[in-house]
Design a protein around this ligand. Structure first.
Ligand SMILES: Nc1ncnc2c1ncn2[C@@H]1O[C@H](COP(=O)(O)OP(=O)(O)OP(=O)(O)O)[C@@H](O)[C@H]1O
Length: 627
């Protein structure tokens, strides 16, 4: 009987632990999106082992190849359809290969398997980052993997580990002189694209560009290496920030502002954040999670990290890197991780401070910021209770006295009149419309400043902003405002007795649209206004609905008429002469529509045209001397 010659070096077959088998099964057969991240995982492992090697050599020079460059080498062979990644790290002995590549933490494996059961659509990048099954991700793209390694310990022998990703692997002795590890992936047919140097470089640029050790393709280094955000801010040139901004955003323009933060306490946190030059279109409406990349130990964890910043800062771009985050930080666990909370707090308050500094030091630059991103600050005022005071310092508004400039509520407060205890605002369709609002009559007469709010977001902001430094915010259209300061009431042109039939007639014409018609105590220059005695909150939400063009029936309001106004007096005379006078009907409807127009709530202005024509015709018929 002939015996097969024993393989040299001697090879031993082993079976993976059950939990590894399950994970492999899933990786090899279920994950098809984002497969390129296998390279990120291998580079991350290589970078870890290089870190360990570097550390070891601080105290121990009795290692294999003490002069070897601490680096990573990639090579692709198109014809053989292989990719090899080599590092000069600690390497692994035969036993270490068995320990590290033959097992997997049971809890991780179980969680991974559970997760894939109900998340068939989850991307590989989400799944793998999450459960620390890094190395095994090679089986997404390879049907055979060969690991040849030699430990840094001088007496250790080289070893080879090999698996086809089913339930077994082999382990044996190998020929290898240098310290470190080479992992060769024999790619599946449908993963042939990865056997391409250019493709590998592209993946490195995307996921591992800032790994601290050089990554070579041939003899060319393909990663940036020194993460800019880990350098001291004073050492970084303005141009380097711009380059980073361009690399992150693909925007050709310069950012408006960058914030570089690099600390070790209370969390290890290195971050460069950018305020873009312009607001991306549609960003207000889109509920994107955020545009900040999250690195842990210089390895990209999430491209669009959620919860690193409050939602209203979703226009901020940049990078956050922390040694304190575990590499397997996941979308779900990010939010709850205490480190994450601390990072978020540090970043948020730093941004508030930078923006307040900008406002103090460079009014023009802040104005430009406000024009692009003020709307997000308003959203923040509505939604971030904790930061409201900080955000309120950033709030800028126009007022009846600001002459087109932007002022703070602090400036408003410094100009309030004697006895004034509230901040008054008018909600209008535009600044021009606000200026013609009849609600402003009593304020003009008393010299009280009124804040002009014309953004859709303003209504939303008010839902969270009821008070500023002890001053309540009040809508000028409230029915029974008690205003400070005395002014003489204008002389009425008609008596109570003349007014009553007019009021009754207008109430009949407008029907359900109005609650009542009454004489105004405050109007001076305008003939009429609509006031409300409803709950303010409800009205503002309703206003938002209406401005968005949604069906939201306006709650009936009170129509107030100015008895000292020529138009009201003339209408009273017409009612006296003929209760059904068509001019009165048209005028009543037009007065009501005017109020909606000014507030930006009119749903169909074109429908007014026939009525306006009717009124014009009537006016044209009157002789000039009668007018
Ligand atoms: N290139 C390498 N050199 C030395 N040891 C390695 C190398 N690659 C992997 N290892 C060892 O194998 C272990 C398992 O690697 P794997 O990627 O599966 O998980 P991990 O790195 O521990 O976790 P994670 O994937 O979350 O980073 C590592 O902890 C390390 O000890």
């Amino acid at each position: 009987m002939t015996t097969e010659p024993t393989e040299v070096p001697q090879v031993e077959a082993k079976t993976f632990k059950a939990e590894v088998q399950q994970v492999l099964q899933i990786l090899a057969h279920s994950l098809y999106t984002d497969r390129e991240i296998f390279l990120r995982e291998l580079i991350s492992n290589a970078s870890d082992t290089l870190n360990r090697m570097q550390f070891e050599m601080l105290t121990n020079r009795d290692v294999r190849d003490p002069e070897a460059e601490l680096a990573i080498w990639l090579s692709a062979d198109k014809d053989a359809r292989t990719v090899t990644i080599t590092d000069a790290g600690t390497g692994m002995t035969r036993e270490e290969l068995i320990d590290h590549l033959g097992t997997i933490a049971q809890s991780s494996a179980r969680a991974f398997v559970e997760k894939t059961k109900d998340a068939s659509k989850a991307t590989a990048s989400e799944m793998i980052g999450q459960f620390g099954v890094g190395f095994y991700s090679v089986f997404m793209v390879a049907d055979k993997v060969t690991v040849v390694s030699r430990s840094y310990r001088p007496e250790a022998e080289a070893a080879i580990w090999e698996s086809t990703g089913d339930d077994r692997y082999t382990i044996g002795s190998a020929e290898r002189e240098e310290r470190g590890t080479s992992i060769t992936l024999h790619l599946k047919e449908d993963a042939a694209e990865f056997a391409n140097d250019w493709r590998l470089e592209q993946i490195v640029k995307r996921h591992s560009d800032f790994v601290a050790f050089p990554i070579y393709s041939g003899d060319r280094q393909i990663n940036q290496r020194k993460a800019l955000w880990r350098r001291a801010p004073r050492e970084v040139e303005a141009e380097e920030y711009q380059n980073l901004y361009r690399q992150l955003t693909f925007e050709p323009d310069e950012p408006m502002l960058h914030v570089h933060l690099s600390t070790d306490v209370p969390v290890d946190l290195h971050s460069v954040l950018f305020i873009p030059g312009k607001r991306e279109r549609g960003l207000i409406e889109r509920r994107i999670e955020g545009k900040v990349r999250l690195y842990s130990r210089k390895v990209l964890i999430l491209e669009e990290a959620k919860d690193l910043l409050p939602a209203y800062f979703r226009f901020i771009e940049g990078v956050v890197d922390s040694e304190d985050l575990p590499l397997n930080v996941s979308r779900e666990s990010v939010q709850s991780s205490p480190v994450m909370q601390r990072i978020r707090k540090t970043l948020t308050s730093r941004l508030h401070r930078e923006l307040n500094d900008l406002a103090d030091k460079d009014a023009n630059a802040f104005k430009a910021f406000w024009q692009e991103f003020g709307v997000f600050i308003k959203e923040g005022i509505a939604t971030d209770y904790e930061s409201r005071n900080e955000l309120l310092k950033l709030l800028r508004v126009q007022t009846t006295r600001s002459d087109g400039e932007l002022v703070t509520l602090g400036q408003y407060k410094s100009r309030i009149i004697d006895g004034q205890q509230e901040i008054y605002y008018v909600l209008a369709a535009s600044l021009e419309a606000a200026a013609t609002s009849p609600h402003l009559d009593p304020f003009k007469a008393r010299g009280i400043e009124v804040v002009l709010l014309t953004d859709l977001m303003d209504g939303f902001m008010l839902s969270g902003l009821r008070e500023y430094e002890g001053l309540k915010l009040r809508n000028v259209d409230e029915a029974d405002l008690e205003l400070p300061g005395e002014v003489a009431a204008p002389e009425p042109q008609i008596s109570e007795a003349q007014f009553t039939p007019l009021a009754e007639r207008l109430a009949a014409i407008l029907g359900e649209k109005v609650k009542t018609v009454r004489a105004s105590k405050v109007l001076r220059d305008s003939p009429a206004r609509l006031v409300s005695d409803d709950d303010m909150m409800g009205r503002e939400m309703q206003r938002i609905q209406q401005m968005l063009g949604r069906e939201a029936d306006a709650a009936p309001r009170i129509l107030e008429l100015n008895l000292s106004h020529n138009l009201v007096a003339a209408l009273a005379q017409r009612v006296e002469a003929d209760v059904n006078d068509p001019i009165v009907t048209a005028a009543a409807e037009q007065l009501y529509d005017n109020a909606l127009l000014i507030e930006g709530l009119h749903q169909n202005p074109a429908a007014m045209v026939p009525r306006i024509l009717q009124l014009l015709e009537a006016a044209a018929r009157t002789q000039p001397d009668q007018a």
